[in-house]
Design a protein around this ligand. Structure first.
Ligand SMILES: C[S@@+](CC[C@H](N)C(=O)[O-])C[C@H]1O[C@@H](n2cnc3c(N)ncnc32)[C@H](O)[C@@H]1O
Length: 315
């Protein structure tokens, strides 16, 4: 979050009273991102951007969302209240890009409402390049602004390797990746003739995932924008294995019931919320959990990712 004043901005979080706490030297931040903070500060000053004050409900610049790719490129998203600073930001793009790593993406997002969210619906991408490219474990992936990407790139790579190993050990002919985002699990599980289907509600993420599948030459891997439960309930045939990586709320009771009653033999469930995971594992009573791994996705916090391998209970 950006707070403070134009001449003395804070880059970090807000305290309980809504005042900025500078976290530029916080160890959680990757050094490559920390190196960008002076550049962000310089542009705030040069363009005379006014940081947004939550207590006063005044100002323009709310957040700067930075995403670092394993290639070293970054995505920089300026989140503004109105269009007041937009032209200045757009016109200074060549100078800004000179200070960013190659292949970086820059966009502006508008969040006019006073509410506790990171970003609004409207986004304008300033660079010709519209996706931040990743190459986790040698698998190409594309992230567009507003798409979901796992918080910690190194741990995400380990998570995908683990899922790939469990899926390859089970060697299913067909796999669904439900809640697939930009396709990390699906793209890692694509192998030989295996049919892989990713399902996700965000059309932006689905477009990015299909692009990566095309680059990989994976004709048997496809992504569709749809609600995961609706997709499963309408499917004519169940796959051999399903990867689940839902948002914090977990999966729906209907999807758990459908999985229990289906012919699916193997499940891999990756979760960032053990409360909904525990509830869902109880609901998935046609399966038994065989292996689980905790992944330190959110270091120095009390949050973590858990990935579980389940097998159908023989009847
Ligand atoms: C925890 S993220 C996982 C993304 C992806 N598996 C990855 O590794 O990056 C959850 C994803 O579920 C998507 N989502 C939310 N509700 C959904 C729904 N009802 N059906 C399908 N996808 C949904 C979100 O857009 C988000 O991309």
């Amino acid at each position: 979050m950006i707070s403070g004043t134009t001449d003395n901005p804070t880059i970090g979080i807000l305290d309980a009273d809504g005042h900025g706490v500078d976290l530029r030297n916080c160890g959680v931040c990757a050094p490559e991102l920390r190196a960008l903070f002076p550049v962000i500060e310089r542009f705030i000053k040069e363009l005379k951007m006014i940081p947004y004050s939550v207590p006063k409900r005044k100002g323009e610049l709310k957040h700067v969302i930075l995403t670092l790719s394993d290639t070293g490129a970054v995505m920089v998203r300026w989140v503004l209240r109105t269009k007041k600073h937009f032209v200045a930001l757009r016109d200074s793009l060549p100078q800004f890009l000179e200070l960013l790593p190659r292949y970086s993406v820059v966009s502006v997002n508008f969040l006019p409402e006073h509410k506790a969210v990171l970003e609004g619906e409207e986004e304008i991408i300033l660079t010709r390049r519209t996706t931040l490219e990743f190459g986790l474990n040698g698998v190409p992936m594309h992230l567009r602004p507003q798409g979901f990407f796992q918080t910690n790139t190194e741990i995400a790579a380990a998570l995908y390797r683990q899922a790939r190993q469990w899926i390859n050990d089970a060697n299913p002919a067909s796999v669904w990746d439900l809640y697939c985002g930009v396709g990390g699990f699906a793209l890692h599980c694509a192998e030989g003739d295996r049919r892989v289907q990713g399902i996700e509600t965000s059309t932006e993420s689905v477009a990015a995932a299909n692009l990566a599948a095309e680059e990989l030459g994976q004709e048997n891997t496809t992504f569709t924008a749809m609600d995961a439960t609706e997709f499963a309930l309408a499917a004519e045939q169940a796959p051999d294995a399903v990867v689940l990586n839902p948002p914090r709320r977990g999966i729906s009771a209907e999807l758990a019931q459908w999985l229990n009653a289906s012919s699916v033999q193997h499940l891999v469930y990756s979760s960032c919320n053990t409360n909904s995971l525990a509830r869902d594992l109880e609901r998935l009573d046609g399966f038994s959990a065989k292996q689980a791994r905790v992944m330190d996705m959110f270091p120095q916090t009390n949050h973590y990712e858990v990935i579980v391998r389940l097998e159908r209970i023989a009847s």
